[in-house]
Design a protein around this ligand. Sequence first.
Ligand code: 4NP
Length: 156
Amino acid sequence: MTRHILFVCLGNICRSPAAEAVLRAKAARAGLMVEVDSAGTGDWHVGEPPHPPMIAAATARGYRLEALRARQLSVSDFARFDMILTMDNANQRKASALRAQAGMGPLPKLFLSYAPDCGLTEVPDPWYTGDFDQTLDLLEAATDGLIAALLSTDQR
Ligand code: 4NP
């Protein structure tokens, strides 16, 4: 069974495209079938590639982001995806409001709920912190937790 998973942040040029690339790579290694995408709740960067320092930090860890292009989250995403995973409480609120408008689809969930030991519930926005390695550390930890959860539901 292929899962359709969407990551959501604010601009779709830092956290969620990086999460998309990390999950794509780790799921392939784990033999898990996923279709992954990402979107932003804001529209300022629609059509742009990810932020260059995010591309650089991800490339240093073997994740390719340069072909991705930003898009905005829409009501139709709630019909296309099985899981919608948000980066912080503000994205979570906006995605939940769109879910209410859609009247169907998955309830958005904070991605770091899959990394309960990381000490944070939100992925800090590297657009403001400048700490792109912290972003990747958190995304890798949550991706490992997500993959473990998906593999355990496969076995039931
Ligand atoms: P992201 O980071 O939500 O992780 O993509 C941001 C990128 C751009 C802006 C905010 C956050 N911005 O305000 O343009």
